[in-house]
Design a binder for this molecule. Structure first.
Ligand SMILES: Nc1ncnc2c1ncn2[C@@H]1O[C@H](COP(=O)(O)OP(=O)(O)OP(=O)(O)O)[C@@H](O)[C@H]1O
Length: 467
């Protein structure tokens, strides 16, 4: 059980006179007061106002803040409460004190800092704000998404709460952070899991076709509409529709999406009738929709409606402590033992910032496992400076067909795009003409392979979407 020694906020005069430094050390009235929140472990959810100049944290009952975690030393950490921060001093604890995955002996904690003692995580927050810290999920996965970092376990807590409820959810995160997997797991863990899961990738559908793709059409509504067709919302009736890259939805269609969200009604293109659907809507975006609203590209009302329940999947560079678990999981999914990667390679992978996030890490792990550790690209090469080994070259015939094919295609796509964009000197319009693919889709592919930076520099590609 967690116990906090009850001590008056200020020492009485008699005590103070015994200690001439007490006036200097004691907390000044009026400054921002801080408290320490326990985020995980047996005492998760409890908090300690830091009203005194010093606190001893540890397992011993004599400590000011007692934590029952077995991996914590009896006297583990000293906290010195200062004007603007709290100085945390590790007392040569057996298992150490950590912040963002790094062990420290002394560290200045600011509001928002999170430290880990043993397996217990503690967060410093201003006492008088209403900031609520999420408790950390006890699990290190949500469906196929894995992570044991604080940021991912906070996200898992949210997702676990959101999944069964059936309310619409917005998933934010950079490319490769697992938004697709997350959407599918939300569906699988909902009461709609027996219903359909329909995906619409807004960035992959030509703008002229989005309306019909989402809402359907009736025969003759436009050239080529040879028969009535249900849109994604109707096809997902009783289940979930996942709108990937919702930020790409053209402005003129946004009120129609708002109507679906508010009334669950859709009107097929060319029809006057509204049909009622029972469809959960999960959306995802890699762009900052708030910025898009400011720039006039996204409707404010739609954003607020979408953002009622939202979760952000953090980029991998902000949670390097997830990398070892991710690597082990990837190896396991490939049917390889943990020893398939040496400690040296693991250490290299753990320090790279991964602009393409987990997808990029997975690609590199697969390549190294297929081709051997000699094939590990220089770390600069991972950002695209030197060609990566060809993913398809060593496609293993013992992989399941779907996986082998996916791997081959990814390798082909990357090589093709790299050559294309070089040949067209970064000019998206030219590249899209030469390749015969839609420009929006081309951008999406470039982003997927971390090649976005190489494109869009030319004169006719000044607009953000290159349109
Ligand atoms: N936390 C994770 N744990 C395990 N695998 C992950 C995780 N995050 C991503 N992946 C893997 O990385 C790959 C990319 O994930 P996904 O397609 O869901 O990303 P995304 O955010 O939707 O990317 P994009 O915005 O480019 O569509 C997938 O193979 C997925 O399984």
């Amino acid at each position: 059980m967690l116990a906090s020694r009850s001590v008056p906020e200020f020492q009485d005069d008699e005590q103070e006179s015994l200690d001439p430094t007490a006036t200097l050390r004691r907390a000044k009235p009026g400054r921002v007061r801080l408290k320490l929140l326990v985020l995980s472990g047996q005492e998760a959810g409890s908090s300690h106002a830091l009203t005194r100049p010093e606190y001893m944290v540890g397992k011993a009952p004599t400590c000011d803040i007692v934590l029952s975690d077995k991996t914590i030393s009896r006297q583990h950490l000293k906290l010195e409460v200062r004007e603007e921060h709290v100085l945390a001093i590790d007392l040569d604890s057996r298992n150490g004190s950590f912040c963002e995955g790094l062990r420290f002996s002394q560290l200045e904690l600011r509001p928002g800092s999170v430290i880990t003692l043993g397996t217990t995580e503690l967060k410093l927050v201003p006492e008088d704000t209403r900031e609520r810290s999420l408790l950390l999920s006890k699990k290190n996965n949500f469906g196929a998404l894995v992570g044991n970092s604080r940021k991912m376990r906070e996200a898992f807590t949210l997702l676990e709460r959101m999944a069964p409820g059936g309310a619409d959810v917005l998933i934010q995160g950079e490319t490769g952070t697992g938004k697709d997997v997350c959407a599918e797991t939300l569906h699988q863990q909902s009461q709609r899991s027996q219903g359909p899961f329909v995906i619409v990738d807004m960035a992959g559908v030509a703008p002229t076709l989005i309306e019909s793709e989402l809402f359907g059409h009736v025969k003759g509504a436009f050239t080529g509409a040879q028969a009535d067709r249900a849109g994604a919302f109707e096809r997902a009736n009783g289940g979930t529709v996942f709108l990937d890259e919702v930020g790409e939805l053209p402005l003129e269609l946004q009120p129609r999406l708002l109507r679906v969200l508010e009334r669950r009604q859709v009107k097929r293109v060319g029809s006057n009738d509204y049909r009622t659907v029972s469809t959960r809507v999960i959306t995802a975006t890699h762009v900052d929709l708030e910025e898009a609203v400011k720039a006039g590209k996204f409707r404010r009302d739609l954003f607020h409606r979408l953002a009622v329940l939202r979760v952000t999947l953090p980029p991998l560079r902000e949670r390097p402590d997830d990398i070892p678990l991710l690597i082990d999981t990837m190896l396991e999914r490939m049917g390889k033992p943990p020893s398939a990667l040496s400690d040296q390679t693991r250490a290299l992978l753990a320090q790279y910032p991964w602009p393409g996030n987990v997808r990029e890490l997975r690609n590199v792990v697969e390549q190294v496992v297929s081709l051997g550790e000699d094939a590990l690209p220089e770390m600069e090469a991972l950002s695209g400076e030197t060609p990566l080994p060809k993913a398809g070259a060593a496609t293993e015939m013992d992989l399941p067909f779907k996986e082998a094919k996916e791997r081959l295609i990814e390798g082909f796509e990357r090589d093709y795009l790299r050559g294309l964009i070089e040949r067209c000197e970064g000019n998206i319009s030219r590249a899209s003409r030469e390749a015969g693919i839609d420009r929006v889709y081309l951008r999406k592919l470039l982003r997927k392979h971390g090649l976005e930076d190489r494109a869009g520099a030319s004169a006719d590609d000044k607009s953000p979407r290159g349109q």
